[in-house]
Design a protein around this ligand. Structure first.
Ligand code: ZN
Ligand code: ZN
Ligand code: ZN
Length: 353
């Protein structure tokens, strides 16, 4: 079998992209030189992905092997399942992928058959998805072992250490593997105590010392949850953030989630100059929506713009889900449209036109 194209170890990053730090926005991706429309700017590889629970009837699954992650339509006639029947979501695209994934899947399989099962019963599918992603990340770290590269650690500052305006922090782009995950923003200090306590209890009960042969401390687990909550991407079949909006249909049904450590540097705008989609191996491909000028920030949309075209509803979505007030050009242009008081804290099915 020829090697899968996703066997590449490193993300592809266009030379015009740089990471800078601003005093107000923290780290951000900027264009160091002009970028033409439709240029492919980045192809990022996930550090770890988990499929959506089968109970939610997702449209796709994907191969469990990290270097493959081939997307498989559901129901699949060809997917290879685990002989131990650890979880219905665990599949491979071929016997070959399953064979190559044996060492990685062994501790995962044991965890799924013991702790994972309990988590599902006690904490529902959402708690299960989060803990499974954590387990996969610790197993990935364990498998990568001494292979983890630390090429840029000497030149990297701590994510929250200082706030020099426009300081060059491009070194994040040089991190690979666990280092690139651990370098992401997100710490317990930015979340409510109650949430952090809940994550700590979950990790203590179901993760620490629960993955055979894989090291995982409580502080690492909680630190990872904070990074996941801040930086993870959902998996959808369609394009996210095409702008101007031309599609009538959204990006489709959710089928999983995970961390793309290099792509996590992009900030949000409701009028993004960069859109992203997944290729057949769940690599995330970023392209320019329009011409981007030197010095301009490159932004993506964190959600499906087709779903949130109304300014008030969109602001509400950003504020409740990502806990910031969006200050993008489109939101500034729409600033006259105030969110009605009655909408705050309620559902989003209110037409404020
Ligand atoms: Zn595969
Ligand atoms: Zn298994
Ligand atoms: Zn906005």
């Amino acid at each position: 079998m020829p090697p899968s194209p996703s066997d590449a170890e490193a993300p592809t990053i266009h030379p015009a992209l740089a990471v800078r730090r601003s005093a107000t926005k923290g780290r951000m991706v900027v264009a160091a030189s002009a970028i033409e429309p439709r240029t492919t700017l980045m192809v990022d590889l996930p550090y770890a992905l988990v499929p959506a629970p089968r109970a939610h009837d997702p449209p796709f699954s994907f191969c469990s092997r990290d270097r493959c992650h081939r997307r498989l339509p559901l129901p699949s006639q060809t997917a290879v399942t685990c002989p131990q029947r650890c979880a219905p979501e665990v599949v491979w695209c071929s016997q070959d992928c399953r064979a190559q994934d044996t060492a990685r899947h062994q501790p995962e399989c044991a965890w799924l058959r013991s702790g994972g099962c309990t988590v599902r019963q006690k904490h529902g599918e959402f708690g299960f998805e989060l803990l499974w992603l954590l387990a996969k990340m610790f197993i990935r770290k364990h498998c990568d072992g001494s292979l983890t590269t630390t090429t840029a650690t000497t030149t990297t500052r701590d994510a929250d250490a200082d706030a020099d305006a426009d300081a060059d922090t491009t070194s994040h782009f040089n991190h690979r593997g666990w280092d690139s995950v651990w370098d992401l923003a997100g710490s317990p200090a930015s979340f409510p105590d109650q949430d952090v306590r809940g994550w700590r209890d979950l990790a203590r009960a179901h993760l620490v010392d629960k993955i055979p042969g894989v090291a995982c401390t409580l502080d690492q687990a909680v630190g990872l949850v904070c990074r996941i909550e801040t930086n993870s991407f959902g998996l959808y079949p369609g394009v996210t953030g095409e702008f101007p909006i031309t599609q009538r249909q959204g990006r489709g049904e959710y089928y999983g989630s995970g961390l793309y450590p290099t792509a996590a540097m992009f900030n949000h705008a409701c009028c993004p100059n960069v859109s992203h989609r997944l290729d057949e191996h769940n690599r995330r491909v970023f392209s320019a929506n329009r011409k981007i000028m030197p010095g301009e920030e490159c932004c993506i949309s964190y959600f499906d713009l087709v779903d949130f075209q109304d300014a008030a509803v969109r602001r509400h979505e950003v504020r409740t889900k990502w806990t910031f007030a969006c200050d993008c050009q489109r939101c500034q242009d729409d600033a006259d449209e105030k969110l009605p008081d009655f909408l705050s804290g309620l559902g989003l099915d209110v037409d404020s036109d």
